[in-house]
Design a protein around this ligand. Structure first.
Ligand code: SF4
Length: 356
């Protein structure tokens, strides 16, 4: 069974900001980088960046003793690093997850307006009512949700472990309520055969990939392999040689026997893919067929809000701190901890094999 919640929870184009990529000349980049490194040291702060942020931010995180990874791994790195302040370059739910797992630390973000269409498309009150209407189902929510939505869940899942977790629940005879990404949920349902009721949300970046255009591109590059993130539509996933998380995609680029890859996920990931496999060629999967237009064009508009300028500003002026209500924090920590315990019990490699 694969049912979908009655009401779609998609953003309209006017709710999606334009993607504005920070452009810096060499001198400004060097000056900002030096200034930020000094401020990080002075404030006992560590920069943790997502794979979808700019190459400048990823380079700075690596060079300053910080970290670049997927969302859960970013948060877990935060628990292990000794700094009293974490600067999370990513989107808001990542800052919240870092705060949930590290309540004693100060968590700052370069831009608090950096949201996520999946998070925005899952309002906590409406989601709670949906859960209440289906009390017989185990509530599994993706990492890309607010603290309040996680607080209503039985489990958190990431794309790296979703199949394993849902297979386990299915084997125990449980029925699943999955939120918020319907494409990821449908893929999990198809692969596991579990009874999954879907919330009808989507990522504006991944939902824009188009199977028709991908077929044309494959024909133009017959030796290329196709790497797809499972937030993409089913007809795009069906054309993939590999389907998996961001970390899984980087690993696949390094290990699979091809010199050219067509990649259906945010193009921010190309920075780490080129580092991992410098002699290989990476091509963006198309976000429109012939004559079509795209809204996000394979780059998340909210991820693009993170830049060196906004990072320097938050370190100099303060503000942009993430706070999570203590009661919600306590409840939201449970499904996250359950996931970590499950992964450990399965000996799954959670670190570096996770989400969006
Ligand atoms: S790429 Fe999609 S899932 Fe990731 S933060 Fe942006 S909107 Fe959310």
């Amino acid at each position: 069974m694969n049912a979908v919640a009655a009401r779609p929870h998609r953003l309209t184009p006017d709710q999606v900001p334009d993607t504005v990529v920070e452009v810096l000349d060499r001198d400004e980049k060097a000056e900002l980088t030096e200034r930020i490194r000094r401020l990080l040291r002075e404030q006992d702060a560590t920069l943790v960046a997502h794979y979808y942020t700019s190459p400048e931010l990823q380079e700075l995180a690596d060079a300053s003793g910080g970290y670049v990874s997927d969302s859960l791994d970013m948060a877990r790195f935060g628990t292990e690093c000794a700094s009293s302040t974490l600067i999370v370059a990513g989107v808001r739910f990542m800052g919240e997850t870092a705060k949930i797992l590290n309540p004693e630390k100060r968590v700052l973000m370069p831009d608090l307006g950096a949201e996520c269409s999946l998070d925005l498309g899952c309002p906590p009150d409406e989601f709670a009512a949906f859960c209440d209407a289906h009390p017989d189902r185990e509530v599994v929510v993706y990492a890309n949700t607010s603290a309040a939505v996680k607080a209503r869940a039985d489990w958190m899942a990431t794309s790296g472990i979703a199949l394993d977790l849902v297979r386990h629940l299915h084997a125990e005879g449980r029925k699943i309520l999955w939120a918020p990404d319907r494409h990821l949920g449908a893929w999990v349902q198809k692969e596991t055969g579990a009874d999954v009721l879907l919330w009808d949300g989507a990522c504006v970046v991944h939902e824009a990939f188009k199977a028709d255009g991908l077929r044309v591109l494959k024909a133009e590059h017959p030796g290329a392999m196709v790497l797809v993130h499972p937030e993409s539509p089913a007809d795009v996933i069906a054309l993939a040689d590999f389907v998996g998380s961001t970390t899984g995609i980087i690993k696949a680029a390094k290990e699979l026997p091809a010199d050219t890859f067509i990649v259906a996920t945010d193009n921010g990931i190309f920075h780490k893919m080129r580092e991992a496999a410098p002699h290989k060629t990476f091509i963006e999967a198309p976000t429109g067929g012939k004559g079509a237009t795209c809204v996000s064009c394979a780059h998340c508009p909210w991820m693009a809000m993170n830049g060196l300028r906004s990072l320097a500003r938050v370190l100099e002026r303060g503000g942009n701190e993430i706070h999570v209500d203590p009661t919600i924090r306590e409840r939201a920590a449970r499904p996250i901890q359950r996931l970590l315990d499950f992964a450990r019990s399965r000996r799954a490699v959670v670190l570096g094999n996770n989400d969006a």
